[in-house]
Design a protein around this ligand. Structure first.
Ligand code: NPW
Ligand code: K
Length: 536
């Protein structure tokens, strides 16, 4: 599991060591980890160190200090290093070490801005150490102008160097991933002590590239993470497995209220997603025309046009492919939400939610649907997240806000899918491929999560083992569904040499992914079939 923390959490964890006079030791560890990551990356790209040009953009705080110490180390390895001092000053000891090692420093001024931007754009390696966890807002002033000029120079002249962000891409908010000003997107972010939550939430995740965590000795002081990402070991542990004496009812029954005469395919895809994700049985409730199509595509599904109360299930999925005019389906959706059973509420069910929900209700909006929900809950005049763009600019805050206002677990679909319960556990899964942005993909995801709720909603032990509260399991199950769906989407695309996929293709790929993930032991090694390919 990747555990990510807010900037405040990391700074609090540093406090006892800073009080013990170990500030410089922490900085040296961070700088050493950063320099080693640069060397590893250059070697992986088949590039020699000697003579390669490195530009470090160094702010006046400790983030700049990390960058300057790392650049000093690289200068000692024969790299040609230039430091651009963006804040009119620099960490004194780190700058002295850099100059002693043979580095060359330039102050950023009105006159030097253009040539330094051009030099940065041409460099083999750029270390972005302008701002770290001490940033207040996005980049501003001459540092912002420099980054804009570098972006422009890279656009016009190209540039094949790689960008390494020191702790986080400068201007990205460590807590939320928001970026108020320009940001130099990184190929790699080397982050210290623990990942920052803003690196796993968009738009920060967009800018961060790969994330590499360097331990610096503060780890035992860190609290429960603000944001988690399930990896193979946890996926393997959390995937439900049938007991030897299982029967279809004990395996879990999912009731699905989805689809309409206008969108019958959503019902079929939700059923296919659920069936692929190990549920014992699916009961479909909906209009006869849709039920007919469901029966034809999925003969395993038991269909009826009856009432929610007449169907015994362990969980419900409601809303996919339903519109505001589908009164009968919406009435069923409301009954399901009020049944007290775990529920996935998707698409058409979102505008019709009761005002107060609980975490066993999992909402699965995309950014536009989340904006509409928040606008309704906050009131049009006060809505901070009034439209899709506002949600996309601050995904983590938006999802936490929606969880707080509804009381439900909220899953926001995206390249980094975020899940949060009110005031508690939150997850970010980025397992998929952009090809998953295709019609029906969300219906399959809703089916997969519904199937997981029906099978495993009552088990709390695995989550306690992972240090989560009992309500956290609703978010973890939704994150598990997002991970399965994402990995399956990637596998489906890989099977076509990286080509496009359909929602039906994603559902088809899920059972094999489930099998492969289940084969992993908790250490991440294969239990059986040790020659199998890793998942990602
Ligand atoms: N604590 C430790 O020992 C360790 C810390 N570590 C490292 O330190 C980093 C945190 O360092 P930090 O606290 O010095 O803050 P940092 O991110 O460098 O920025 C503050 C400076 O930027 C300025 N500034 C602020 N906002 C701005 C803006 N929008 N646009 C432009 N300027 C802005 C602000 O100026 P001011 O506003 O105060 O005038 C101030 O001078 C952390 O990310 C990690 O890399 C590791 O080495 C481990 C040990
Ligand atoms: K930085």
């Amino acid at each position: 599991m990747i555990s990510a923390y807010s900037g405040t959490q990391v700074r609090a964890a540093e406090e006892p060591l800073l009080a013990a006079g170990l500030g410089d030791v922490l900085m040296q560890r961070a700088a050493h980890g950063l320099a080693n990551a640069v060397i590893t990356e250059l070697r992986a790209r088949g590039r020699r160190l000697y003579g390669t040009r490195v530009v470090v953009l160094a702010g006046k705080g400790n983030n700049g200090g990390d960058g300057l110490y790392a650049a000093a180390f690289l200068a000692g390895r024969g790299m040609r290093t230039t430091a651009v001092l963006t804040g009119g000053a620099a960490h004194p000891a780190a700058l002295a070490a850099f100059l002693r090692a043979g580095g060359h420093a330039e102050e950023l001024t009105g006159e030097t801005l253009k040539p330094l931007a051009a030099e940065t754009a041409r460099a083999g390696v750029v270390i972005d150490a302008i701002l770290g966890t001490g940033a207040k807002g996005g980049l501003r002033g001459s540092a912002a102008a420099l980054v804009e000029a570098v972006l422009e120079a890279r656009r016009t002249d190209g540039g094949n160097g790689f960008v390494v962000a020191c702790d986080l891409p400068s201007g990205v908010n460590a807590d939320s991933g928001e970026a108020a000003g320009p940001v130099l997107p990184a190929d790699l972010t080397v982050t210290f002590g623990g990942a920052k939550a803003g690196l796993l939430a968009d738009p920060g995740a967009d800018h961060a590239g790969r994330v590499h965590v360097v331990p610096i000795g503060i780890e035992e002081h860190l609290p429960a993470p603000a944001l988690r990402r399930l990896e193979e070991a946890e996926l393997s542990r959390l995937l439900p497995q049938p007991a030897r004496r299982a029967h279809k009812y004990s395996r879990g029954v999912l009731g699905i209220v989805a689809g309409s005469v206008q969108y019958p395919g959503a019902a079929v895809l939700a059923c296919r997603g659920a069936l692929a994700a190990g549920v014992g049985m699916v009961r479909y409730l909906g209009p006869p025309e849709v039920a007919h199509l469901v029966r034809q595509s999925c003969p395993e599904v038991v269909c009826s046009d009856g009432a929610v109360a007449d169907n015994r299930v362990q969980a419900w999925l409601v809303g996919s492919g339903m519109g505001p005019e589908d009164h009968e389906q919406l009435a069923r959706a409301r009954d399901a939400i009020q049944s007290g059973l775990p529920v996935v509420a998707d698409a058409g069910a979102l505008p019709a939610l009761p005002s107060k929900l609980a975490p066993h209700v999992v909402l699965t909006p995309h950014a536009g649907e989340l904006a509409a929900l928040l606008k309704r809950l906050e009131g049009e005049a006060d809505a901070r997240f009034g439209d899709r763009e506002a949600v996309e600019a601050a995904t983590f805050d938006a999802v936490r806000k929606a969880a707080g206002l509804t009381g439900a677990t909220v899953l926001l679909k995206g390249p980094a899918t975020l899940v949060a319960i009110p005031g508690g556990e939150a997850f970010s899964q980025a397992d998929g491929t952009p090809w998953l942005a295709t019609a029906g993909s969300g219906d399959v995801l809703a089916g997969v999560i519904g199937a997981l709720l029906a099978q495993a909603g009552s088990a709390v032990e695995p989550y306690r083992f992972l240090g989560m509260g009992d309500d956290g399991r609703w978010a973890a199950l939704a994150a598990l569904g997002a991970a399965l769906h994402g990995i399956a989407g990637r596998a489906a695309s890989d099977a076509r040499s990286g080509g496009p996929i359909t929602a039906g293709g994603v559902a088809e790929a899920i059972p094999e992914i489930w099998g492969k993930v289940s084969m992993l032991s908790n250490s991440g090694a294969w239990k059986r079939n040790s020659h199998s390919q890793p998942l990602r």
